[in-house]
Design a protein around this ligand. Structure first.
Ligand code: CLF
Ligand code: SF4
Length: 483
């Protein structure tokens, strides 16, 4: 993510979606209280539910506001990293205003330290901006996929507007107008606005560059371009029609192109509307309605939980300060790496940036290289140069190793994991077994287990310098062999 102005950085520093750094330390949960939607998107089918499916619009249980608040308090007691309650569906929160705002009001009474967040398609946004501000909602996401109705009519078959169903271009025109008006009103109120856009190849991919420029000009501070998820089994229009999703390389190219204009979010996990936990680590199954209903949450218990959350936030703040101090401390002459500064270890007469950028995949946990290769469900992808390492994406994988009896069946899953890492030249992890090491090497990806429990960015830069010294960065990135 680009550097944010200080005042905004302070407002988002504990929000796992709005701050890339925060997502290593803080958790969010979604309360699935909003069943109805006032539009139809061609990529949505809210009926489909699979516990392994991570996609907006998907939930296992719909909650009443009271149930949602009890669940949030139970989660906040068990997961002290919880800093945000978001309402993101399964329909549109502002098409269910009563349920949405009742949830926010009840939670603010019981746990005022939890930030409130809402994600909307924007159709009903202008009429609710006042109420959002009244409820102290400081973070609003609007999904904006287009600013041209000709593009919009290919994404939205209809909207429900003023008691009527409106179709085609006219529907897209109204939706776009409402989204833009809502954005302007939120910015005027000082509410932080993030824009989510779904990249749909051949439909709005090129167009999203214009969207990015316009929303930035209007005061949105962060843009999250997400890949379309479309599989026939989801039963969505795009899934059934065979509309393809973008490749990781296409997504990165578009995000890079938009980045010239505004800060880009690169760590989105495209959460379910009932997601719970750190991004990328869904713990929803621990907090089913049945389990939550059986819990007794006394005032004393909740007060102790609040103390734990505050202690954790103070600890994270102190760790971040220490990390910042380390990054700015003078480096010994023998130092091998510097982060975000030119390296003193680059060969004489050659600037540290002489080599080309390298994509490195990292099996991460809590901002460290702390995950075993075989246990990683996702890899963060960094673009690394001599000056620093920048998060540019995320690759989800099936779990390669679940231990015990399944080990013998894991070969194809490993092949899929290697496919998912396409374009990466190095994979850093805490530990890796003999077989995956060999398969990765054969596919042209260098495994590296030499930086366990180290901070990600400095370790990546150190590996980059080793590659530079070994003369591996003189030529273009090698063609990947088949996994
Ligand atoms: Fe939820 Fe969205 Fe708030 Fe986050 S999710 S309402 S801003 S608390 Fe975050 Fe999930 Fe991506 Fe959304 S990772 S899908 S951006
Ligand atoms: Fe589905 Fe959200 Fe689109 Fe409504 S706005 S149709 S819930 S993706």
């Amino acid at each position: 993510m680009n550097a944010l102005p200080d005042d905004i950085r302070r407002r988002v520093e504990n929000h796992p979606c709005y701050s890339e750094e925060a997502h290593h330390h803080f958790a969010r949960m979604h309360a699935a209280v909003a069943p109805a939607c006032n539009i139809q998107c061609h990529y949505c089918n809210r009926k489909y539910d699979c516990a392994n499916e991570s996609r907006p619009g998907v939930v296992s249980e719909l909650l009443t506001p009271e149930q949602a608040v009890k669940k949030t308090l139970a989660v906040a007691a068990a997961i002290p990293q919880l800093s945000v309650l978001g309402i993101a569906g399964p329909g549109d929160p502002l098409a269910n205003p009563e349920r949405t705002f009742t949830t926010f009001r009840l939670l603010a009474e019981k746990a005022p330290d939890i930030k409130l967040c809402v994600s909307t398609n924007g159709l009903a946004l202008p009429e609710h901006v006042e109420e959002l501000a009244r409820h102290n909602i400081d973070h609003v996401t609007i999904t904006i996929n287009c600013i041209d109705p000709d593009v919009g009519e290919q994404i939205y078959p209809w909207i429900f507007w003023k008691h009527k169903r409106i179709r085609g271009r006219a529907a897209a025109e109204i939706l776009i107008e409402q989204q833009q008006k809502g954005l302007e009103m939120l910015v005027a109120k000082g509410i932080l606005v993030k824009i989510n856009s779904v990249m749909i190849p051949g439909v709005n991919d090129e167009h999203l560059k214009e969207v990015s420029k316009l929303v930035k000009a209007k005061g949105a501070f962060l843009h999250n371009v997400m890949p379309l998820i479309a599989e026939p089994e989801h039963g969505t229009f795009y899934g059934v029609m065979g509309q393809r999703s973008p490749t990781p390389a296409e997504l990165k190219a578009l995000q890079d192109a938009c980045e010239g204009d505004m800060a880009m979010m690169r760590h989105c996990r495209q959460c379910r509307a009932d997601a719970v936990g750190l991004l990328g680590e869904d713990r929803g199954a621990e907090f089913t309605l049945e389990k939550v209903e059986a819990m007794e949450l006394t005032d004393e218990f909740l007060a102790e939980a609040l103390v734990r959350r505050i202690a954790l936030r103070e600890k994270v703040a102190a760790e971040r300060e220490a990390k910042k101090a380390r990054a700015h401390a003078p480096q010994p002459l023998t130092s091998v790496i510097t982060f975000h500064r030119p390296s003193k270890s680059a060969p004489a007469g050659r600037p540290a940036s002489a080599g080309r950028p390298v994509l490195m995949a990292v099996a991460a946990k809590g901002g460290l290289i702390a995950e075993h290769f075989g246990h990683a469900r996702e890899f963060l992808v960094y673009e690394v140069t001599g000056e620093g390492a920048k998060l540019v994406g995320l690759r989800k994988t099936e779990l390669y190793c679940s231990g015990g009896d399944t080990c013998g069946e894991a070969v194809d899953v490993l092949g899929n994991t290697i496919q998912a890492l396409a374009g990466c030249e190095v994979v850093l992890c805490a530990k890796i077994g003999f077989e995956p090491w060999g398969r990765l090497e054969a596919a042209g990806i260098q495994p590296n287990g030499e930086h366990p429990m180290e901070e990600i960015e400095p370790a990546c830069v150190a590996v980059w310098h080793e590659m530079l010294k070994a003369g591996k960065l003189d030529a273009a990135a090698p063609e990947r062999k088949c996994a």
